[in-house]
Design a protein around this ligand. Structure first.
Ligand SMILES: CC(C)(COP(=O)(O)OP(=O)(O)OC[C@H]1O[C@@H](n2cnc3c(N)ncnc32)[C@H](O)[C@@H]1OP(=O)(O)O)[C@@H](O)C(=O)NCCC(=O)NCCS
Length: 149
């Protein structure tokens, strides 16, 4: 797979993000929600494409020398082929260019594929929020992870 990333700083990309997000998550975010996120300064979207077809995305919020991953996904048909790893590796230089030194995220302790992806790209667990996520009938902890860029 030859994968390429493009970066967007304005809501022009909201429709693409909405389409990708609803194929990746049960609780889809609306186009209005994506538009609203771009109203805040520091919102950056990364779209990962194969032969110009968008297959993955990552939404970051930058604040001075820190950034947070708000959401990230790879389309189901393209998973388990290191596309997630490529997404994060290609995102890094763009963040560094913007002055980001530390990248944070939170992930459910039950999301084993995501945790594996984050660990293999260098994230380390720095904290935990007990019972943070509601998942069907139970609750799960959020792992807070950090990557030093
Ligand atoms: C998490 C996600 C982005 C990973 O994308 P991906 O392209 O499959 O990522 P990669 O192929 O680079 O790496 C995934 C790793 O998880 C492993 N994996 C996949 N499913 C797994 C499972 N159920 N349990 C444990 N490991 C699993 C893969 O084998 C791979 O590890 P490897 O490279 O050592 O073989 C993708 O699964 C996804 O979009 N999930 C739905 C949205 C989501 O959960 N986003 C993250 C929110 S925090």
């Amino acid at each position: 797979m030859t994968l390429e990333s493009a970066f967007f700083y304005q809501a022009e990309i909201s429709t693409v993000l909405t389409e990708l997000h609803k194929k990746c998550f049960k609780a889809a975010w609306s186009n209005q929600e994506f538009n609203a996120l771009f109203q805040s300064p520091g919102t950056v979207a990364q779209i990962l494409s194969e032969k110009e077809l968008p297959i993955g995305f990552c939404l970051y919020r930058l604040l001075f020398d820190e950034a947070e991953i708000l959401t990230l996904g790879i389309l189901p048909d393209f998973r388990n082929r290191s596309a997630g790893e490529t997404l994060l590796r290609q995102g890094k230089p763009e963040l560094v260019k913007k002055g980001v030194e530390r990248l944070f995220l939170d992930v459910s302790e039950t999301n084993l594929a995501a945790i594996k992806l984050y660990k293999k790209t260098g994230f380390q667990e720095i904290s935990r929020r007990k019972n943070y996520y509601r998942e069907e009938n139970k609750r799960s902890d959020a792992l807070i992870m950090q990557l030093q860029l």
